[in-house]
Design a protein around this ligand. Structure first.
Ligand code: FAD
Length: 365
């Protein structure tokens, strides 16, 4: 994955700001990176994927996140779809869908609904068996990358339990409407997805039916949290670079900004935020790669730490660049808007705090 960095850097170049302003990533960029397996690099080689570890994929995610959070968001969705299929799908489903996702196909994951945000137990979408098919009905909101995806993993109620089903966007009854003017990650293809009596073969339901909703959702969210956390590391690193370059170059009161101690303190705090977010992410990825029982808590901690630090660090970066960073489309202005959203998605900071408080009570030092 380290070898793929020059390619990605070349493809993204200095275009992330323009993509953000336009609210659109080039379709061929996504297809190209997808067909190289780079949008979901942990998919195994047996499916044509790169078989990357969580740690290697995490560092790559941070790299992409430092260039363009919208592209990184699409990676998060693609990886989350792949991980959900990997975890819940049977051998045939894994072979079909995972091969598709490393061949240029694009997927999104839809949990959230108008009345089911933090509380996904309020989910109302239904997946109903009907002969050899299931019928999917519901309204999903804010589905990242849905505007680009050809398949959406939809979570819904199935009888007394829940299920996840892979819905091709081309099916009659699927309507994808872009979220207008998102605050950040504006080119990530956020969309609302309306499903009206969408009929798909029952074989598209992942891993059986009537499962526990919290268990289903937790499997998918674990990947999403890890990916968002590493993306936040990327945001922080881009801010460290931007602040470093500006504070060395710009002079006020007869000296470089970095020579002013209060500016140096900003730099130090930003660096400390980046380093501690990186350590939290690396620890969580190692837990993931080792199959450690600490993985769930470590992933929540990484997501919480990464997103909090990124939001604070990006605000600091805007502060140091001041008017130089106060233009829409500037890297630190983008970071500021993008980072704020990271405190909301994949379990808001408050939801993470609730989970971490329970882990803290059980801590045994
Ligand atoms: P609410 O649940 O209404 O929460 C509002 C506030 O109340 C928050 O601050 C929250 O932390 C707080 N709160 C809620 N419950 C509690 C509690 N028990 N204790 C303390 N505080 C609480 N969804 C998808 O399904 N797929 C996606 O790909 C996806 N991508 C997204 C991308 C972006 C940029 C955004 C903004 C959202 C995305 N979402 C996606 C939706 C996202 O998962 C939800 O926005 C998130 O779960 C929060 O739900 P909500 O917005 O309805 O806020």
């Amino acid at each position: 994955l380290v070898a793929a960095r020059p390619l990605v850097r070349g493809l993204v170049g200095d275009k992330a700001g323009a993509w953000d302003l336009a609210g659109e990533l080039p379709a061929d960029l996504l297809t190209d990176l997808g067909a190289r397996g780079l949008l979901c690099a942990q998919v195994g080689t047996e499916y044509g994927g790169l078989g990357a570890s969580s740690l290697a994929n995490g560092e790559f995610t941070a790299f992409v996140g430092g260039l363009c959070s919208s592209l990184r968001s699409v990676m998060t969705s693609q990886g989350m779809a792949a991980w959900t299929i990997q975890r819940l799908g049977d051998a045939g489903q894994r072979a079909e869908h995972l091969r598709h996702l490393v061949s240029g196909g694009l997927a999104a994951v839809a949990f959230s609904e108008p009345d089911a945000g933090s509380d996904l137990s309020a989910m109302a979408a239904t997946i109903t068996p009907d002969g050899d098919d299931v019928v999917v009905t519901g309204r999903k909101v804010w589905t990242t990358a849905a505007a680009y995806a050809d398949r959406i993993v939809v979570f819904g109620r199935y009888g007394d339990g829940a299920a996840a089903v892979v819905v091709p966007v081309s099916r009659p009854g699927v309507r994808v409407t872009r979220v207008a003017d998102p605050l950040g990650c504006r080119a990530a293809g956020h969309a609302n997805v309306e499903l009206t009596d969408v009929r798909v073969p029952a074989g598209q339901v992942l891993g059986g039916t009537g499962q526990s909703l919290p268990l289903l959702v937790t499997a998918a969210l674990a990947y999403g949290r890890m990916s968002v956390a590493w993306g936040c590391v990327g945001i922080l690193r881009s801010c460290v670079e931007a602040v470093g370059a500006h504070a060395r170059e710009r002079r006020q009161f007869g000296t470089a900004l970095i020579e002013h101690q209060l500016v140096a303190r900003h730099m130090a705090e930003l660096y400390a935020d980046e380093r501690s977010a990186t350590l939290a992410c690396a620890h969580a990825s190692r837990c993931w790669d080792e199959g450690s029982p600490d993985m769930v808590a470590a992933t929540v901690l990484a997501k919480y730490t990464g997103s909090r630090h990124a939001a604070r660090g990006a605000a600091t970066a805007v502060q140091v660049l001041a008017s130089a960073g106060a233009r829409d489309g500037h890297a630190v202005a983008r970071a500021y808007r993008d980072a704020k959203l990271m405190e909301i998605i994949e379990g808001s900071s408050e939801i993470c705090q609730l989970m971490l408080s329970r882990h803290a009570l059980a801590a045994d030092y």
